[in-house]
Design a protein around this ligand. Structure first.
Ligand code: ADP
Ligand code: MG
Length: 239
């Protein structure tokens, strides 16, 4: 595989707990990979390690063949969206979207052009001057997504971005996320504990358990040829 993002032998411990045990993963440019697995298996930790928010104990993180392990988070060109929206409450929608661009010294014209494009994509042009507290959960997650995309990251990490939303909004938004991801050909890791979400969204699913990727493949492969009892049980629990 021609890897765009590659993890090699990632290990992470908290105290005596081994949270990530030699994780290897290769992702192609433009691919959407889901990390699926039960609560506590290490999904968020893995994303945080990739983003540079958590230091790894061992391993390499290669982005376009360059090791980014020693780069500060803001220099890694990786965007991240969390489960809870974490927008700046004192900034409007458009200011939230432009925030990262401003920090990076983008001109006013550039910021305006980019934020208008993104507001159109997330369909929130009429909310540009609203504050986060006046938006629904789904709208806030759209803004969080736009804010991450605004700085044109090379990789987008989404940590259960839909799990705080109710079922109908969740389904609509996951379709939108997939469309936006394809529009930008954005290399994306989508974390979820929801089998249905993983099956519907992804090019490839990596199933994690206890700090390791236990099986990866297309959604169909995981369903039809589980290699272990854990995989069979986990995939089979969704009907
Ligand atoms: P997931 O996202 O799959 O639910 P996490 O990556 O959040 O799992 O957590 C994996 C394990 O690491 C859990 O046992 C959790 O308690 C532990 N853990 C996560 N972050 C920390 C931390 N900062 N300090 C100590 N333990 C942590
Ligand atoms: Mg998590």
């Amino acid at each position: 595989m021609n890897a765009y993002l590659e993890l090699q032998g990632i290990r992470k411990r908290f105290g005596n707990t081994h949270v990530l045990n030699h994780v290897d993963l290769q992702i192609r440019e433009g691919e959407l990979v889901t990390l699926l697995g039960p609560s506590g298996c290490g999904k968020s930790t893995l994303l945080r390690c990739i983003a540079g928010l958590t230091e790894i104990d061992e391993g390499k993180i290669l982005l376009e063949q360059k090791d980014i392990v020693n780069l500060a988070p803001r220099n890694r060109e990786i965007g991240m969206v969390f489960q809870s929206y974490a927008l700046f409450p004192n900034l409007t929608v458009v200011e939230n979207i432009q925030y990262g661009m401003k920090m990076r010294g983008a001109s006013k014209e550039e910021r305006h052009k980019r934020s208008e494009e993104l507001l159109g994509l997330i369909d929130l042009e009429d909310k540009r001057d609203a504050y986060p507290q006046h938006l629904s959960g789904g709208q806030q997650q759209r803004v969080a997504l736009a804010r991450s995309l605004a700085v044109q990251p090379k990789v987008l990490l989404l940590d259960e971005p839909l799990s705080a939303l109710d079922a109908k909004i969740r389904k609509n938004l996951r379709t939108e996320i997939r469309e936006i991801q394809k529009t930008f050909n954005m290399t994306t890791i989508f974390v979820t504990h929801d089998q249905e979400e993983a099956l519907i969204l992804s090019d490839r699913v990596c199933l994690m358990n206890k700090g390791s990727i236990v099986q990866q493949g297309t959604p169909e492969e995981l369903y039809t040829t589980p290699r272990t009892e854990f995989v069979a049980r986990f995939m089979g629990s969704y009907n």
